[in-house]
Design a protein around this ligand. Structure first.
Ligand code: RIB
Length: 310
């Protein structure tokens, strides 16, 4: 079992790595149509890796549990995570292609993403549980839905057994397996994912937010893009945090910036309101720059944001 000296706690991310293949375009093509894009950028992504990078930039010790392919993309993804000081000892190299994500971004910053999970599907429950067991000073475990739900559920169950809080970003939207939901302390969907969880309800309806939190048995935080964040508090009141007005360039990964910073905030001992403000500040800055991890605030900037939120 390893520990870290970090006063900022230790986050385990059970999640995906992808290589993002991003086309910036004036508009997206119709079926059967070919159009000329403006610019292409390859980058490092995957909701799990993005959240791990953001948490590390904020100052948490971070371990990632996941799987990459035995190809050059897999090696690049491992090197990238290592360059942020993330422990990749539980990112397994499995036969086949690494995950990729073709992404289209339009001039208003909105994105459309297709993920092809590839090796991410190779993460097993045993691998994920092993990662939980390897961290002595574990503060928070966070997962998403780009690796098998059974692996995340097993890791969360082990975390709950140890009294460690679990946070699920249910993205991309999918029905949640009861075994996973039953060991999830916090749910952080965006509007689309909330609607799937809540049977078509919309997050502008406070009663729907409260009903969803009660039904799932989890604390609920919904990210609303330019409309900020909605939080269902322990006593069932809904608090809405408006976003700062910014000119978005590329919204890809903004949700991951929020989740990664939020869990790092919890790991460092911030209360939930301060952790929400930290997440919003990091996400708000990320949409003003192109790319996914490349758009995140620097470690130095994160320290400034963190001290302003503490
Ligand atoms: O949330 C953004 C991420 O979704 C991208 O980095 C892409 O890889 C997909 O996982």
């Amino acid at each position: 079992m390893v520990g870290s000296d970090s006063k900022a706690g230790h986050v385990l991310v059970v999640g995906s790595t992808m290589i993002d293949l991003v086309a910036y375009t004036q508009r997206v093509p119709e079926a059967g149509e070919t159009i000329v894009g403006d610019r292409f950028q390859m980058g490092f992504g995957g909701k799990g890796a993005n959240q791990a990078v953001m948490a590390s930039l904020v100052g948490a010790g971070v371990t990632m549990a996941g799987a990459v392919g035995d190809d050059s993309y897999g090696q690049m993804a491992l090197q990238n995570l290592g360059s942020f000081g993330i422990d990749t000892g539980h990112v397994h190299v499995v036969p086949g292609a690494s995950g990729v994500a073709p992404i289209w971004v339009e001039p208003d910053g909105t994105n459309r993403i297709i993920i092809v999970p590839g090796a991410n599907e190779g993460l097993t429950a045993a691998m994920a549980v092993d990662a939980v067991g390897s961290i002595a000073d574990l503060s928070v475990v966070v997962g998403q839905l780009e690796v098998p739900q059974a692996a995340t559920a097993a890791a969360f169950a082990e975390a709950v057994r140890r009294g460690v809080p679990t946070v699920l970003n249910p993205a991309p939207a999918a029905a949640l397996e009861p075994d996973l939901l039953g060991v999830t302390d916090w749910l952080i969907p965006n509007e689309v994912e909330f609607s799937v969880l809540a049977g078509g309800a919309q997050p502008d309806d406070d009663a729907a937010l409260v009903a969803c939190s009660q039904h799932t048995g989890a604390r609920l935080l919904v990210t609303l893009g330019g409309d900020g964040v909605a939080l269902v508090e322990v006593d069932g009141t809904v608090s809405r945090f408006p976003a700062d007005l910014v000119e978005p360039v590329d919204t890809t990964g903004a949700g991951d910036a929020f989740v990664g910073a939020f869990v790092a905030g919890l790991a460092s001992g911030l209360d939930e309101m301060a952790a929400v403000r930290l997440g919003m500040a990091c996400a708000g800055e990320s949409v003003t720059r192109p790319g996914t991890q490349t758009s995140f605030p620097s470690g130095e900037r994160c320290r400034e944001i963190l001290s302003a939120c503490s």
